[in-house]
Design a protein around this ligand. Sequence first.
Ligand code: DQA
Length: 146
Amino acid sequence: MKFLILNGPNLNLLGRREPDIYGRDGYDALCRRLEEFAEARGGSAACVQSNHEGDLIDQIHAAQGVYDAIILNPGAFTHYSYAILDALKAVDVPCVEVHISNVHRREEFRRKSVTAPACVGQICGLGPYGYEAAMEYFLRRERGAL
Ligand code: DQA
């Protein structure tokens, strides 16, 4: 399977940004880990990060016909981007939303995801493993092993 791992604002600062919440591994290390995870299972993962809402929307549009699944961490856009919600609804590529932190144990505003209704599901609080769990879900779904 071909995965698009799409990360939103501030996730380029992983490792430096609030490490007690997001961990000490950097964004590049996360990408290598996820690429290796996909390749070890006969697939591929392309990691893309942007701090800009429109870029994320363009990436979602461009995923149509190119990727089998999107694994999306929209960052703070999760909580208010109806434009990303609409972009996810506009394409036929299934998406799982991932959050590194447990958004339910933090500020009240993080509990609401406006983008998750356009996703198959949401994973949060499992750290970087959440991205792997999302890939594993799609791989099992593909071989009818759920
Ligand atoms: C996050 C949670 C969001 O609330 C926050 O704005 C982020 C990261 C996470 O991965 O835990 O940027 O999506």
